[in-house]
Design a binder for this molecule. Structure first.
Ligand SMILES: NC(=O)c1ccc[n+]([C@@H]2O[C@H](COP(=O)([O-])OP(=O)(O)OC[C@H]3O[C@@H](n4cnc5c(N)ncnc54)[C@H](OP(=O)(O)O)[C@@H]3O)[C@@H](O)[C@H]2O)c1
Length: 339
C-alpha cells in the first residue's frame, strides 16, 4: 500500500467555540521535497490555545490560517527524505509542520533534536514552546525571588506546570489554580506546588486561606473570574505576567467573555506599584532556546522537574481534542500521536 498524507484543514472560521465542522480531514498525496527542503513524517502534533486565534481573521500578532489551508501547529517527527545537506534521513526534528502526517519544509525551518533525551512528545511541552514560554516569562517579567508567593493559573497545563516548578526552584511558595480535584492533587503531589485551589469552588475563600499575606507574582493563563479573584490580592511591587487568557478566546474581540464581573479596576497598578506585562514567546524567545533546553534538561536530571502529557491517538481525533482544550478537558500538555 502506498502511503498518503493525512491533513486537517480549516474549513471555516468559528463563531464562538470551535465545532467539529470547522475542520476537514483530507487525504492527499505525500508532498515531494524541492531542492533545499526536507520531507518530515510527523510523529506528534502539539495542540495549543493560540490556534483558536489563528482560526479567526481578527487582527492579531500573527496572520490567520487561510480557509482550506492545513491547520498550523508544532510537531516532532523524523526526516524521511532530504534535499538539504543540513539534514539526513533518520534525523529527529521539530518545527511548525502543521496538523498533518507528512510535510515538505525548507531546512531552515527545522530544529534537530536528540531523540533519546526525553520521551519524544515532551519536546512539544516541557522542552517545547510551552516550557520556553514559562522560562522566558519568568526570567523577563515574573522575576521570582526566594520567599515570595507565586500564583499560577491553569497550573496543571502545559505552561502552568513548568512555571510552578521553576517558581519552586527559585525558592518561592507556589500556589496553583486548577479545575477539579484530580488536577489539584497532581499539582501538589506530583509537581510539588505548595498548594492548589480549585477554581470551580469558592476561589476567594480558597485564595485567602492559601495566600494570607497576598501574592507577589501572578502568572496569568486564564483571565475572567480567576483574574478578578487574584487581582485584589496582589502585594505592593507585585508582578503580573500576562501570558494568556484562555477563558476569553471564544468570544468576539472586545466582549467581556467569561461572564465574570467587568474587568479589574486598574487603579491599584499605581498605588501598589505593580508591574503588569504581556509577552509573546515567539518575539525573541527562540533565540534563547539552546540555553533554555540545557537548563531544563539539567533540572530533569536533578529530579527537580517533571511533566505530564495528555496524548490523543490519531489525527482524526485532533479537532475534538482541540475543542476540549478550550473547555479544560485536557489534563497536562495536549499532544496528538499522529498515527
Ligand atoms: N504568551 C505566550 O507566548 C504564550 C505561549 C503559550 C501559551 N500561552 C497561553 O498560556 C495559557 C496556557 O496554555 P497551555 O498551552 O499551557 O494550555 P493548558 O493549560 O495545557 O490547557 C488549557 C487549560 O486552561 C484551562 N481552561 C480552559 N478553559 C478555561 C476556562 N474557560 N476557564 C478557566 N480555565 C480554563 C483548563 O485548565 P483547568 O481545568 O485547570 O481550568 C485547560 O486545561 C493559554 O492562555 C495560552 O494562550 C501564551
Amino acid at each position: 500500500m502506498t502511503e498518503t498524507n493525512l491533513a486537517v484543514l480549516l474549513a471555516r472560521r468559528p463563531v464562538g467555540a470551535p465545532l467539529p465542522d470547522d475542520f476537514t480531514l483530507v487525504e492527499q498525496p505525500v508532498p515531494v521535497p524541492s531542492e533545499g527542503e526536507v520531507l518530515v513524517r510527523n510523529r506528534f502534533l502539539s495542540l495549543d490555545p493560540y490556534m483558536r486565534g489563528r482560526m479567526s481573521d481578527a487582527k492579531s500578532y500573527a496572520a490567520p490560517v487561510a480557509i482550506n489551508a492545513v491547520m498550523e501547529g508544532a510537531t516532532v517527527g523524523e526526516v524521511v527524505a532530504s534535499r538539504s545537506p543540513d539534514f539526513a534521513v533518520g534525523d529527529t526534528v521539530m518545527g511548525g509542520n502543521g496538523w498533518q502526517r507528512f510535510c515538505a519544509v525548507p531546512a531552515a525551518r527545522l530544529r534537530r533534536i536528540t531523540a533519546s533525551e526525553v520521551p519524544l512528545e515532551r519536546n512539544l511541552g516541557l522542552l517545547g514552546m510551552p516550557g520556553l514560554t514559562a522560562w522566558v516569562g519568568l526570567q523577563d517579567i515574573g522575576l521570582p525571588r526566594a520567599g515570595e508567593t507565586m500564583v499560577v493559573s491553569a497550573a496543571s497545563g502545559a505552561v502552568g506546570q513548568v512555571v510552578g516548578q521553576l517558581g519552586r526552584i527559585a525558592g518561592c511558595r507556589v500556589i496553583g489554580i486548577a479545575g477539579g480535584r484530580a488536577k489539584c492533587d497532581f499539582v501538589t503531589q506530583t509537581l510539588g506546588f505548595d498548594a492548589c485551589v480549585d477554581h470551580r469552588g469558592d476561589l476567594n475563600a480558597q485564595l485567602d486561606a492559601a495566600c494570607p499575606d497576598g501574592i507577589d507574582v501572578y502568572w496569568e493563563n486564564v483571565g475572567g473570574a480567576v483574574q478578578a479573584a487574584v487581582w485584589p490580592r496582589l502585594r505592593d511591587f507585585g508582578r503580573m505576567v500576562m501570558c494568556g487568557m484562555i477563558a476569553q478566546y471564544n468570544e468576539a474581540p472586545g466582549a467581556d467573555a467569561s461572564g465574570a464581573p467587568a474587568g479589574p479596576n486598574l487603579g491599584p497598578v499605581v498605588r501598589k506599584r505593580l508591574r503588569v506585562q504581556g509577552f509573546i514567546v515567539s518575539d525573541k524567545g527562540w533565540q534563547r532556546y539552546p540555553q533554555f533546553r540545557a537548563e531544563m534538561l539539567g533540572h530533569v536530571a536533578a529530579g527537580k522537574m517533571t511533566a505530564r502529557e495528555d496524548v490523543v491517538r490519531g489525527l482524526a481525533n485532533a479537532a475534538q481534542a482541540f475543542i476540549g482544550l478550550l473547555q479544560g478537558s485536557n489534563f497536562g500538555k495536549l499532544v496528538v500521536a499522529v498515527d
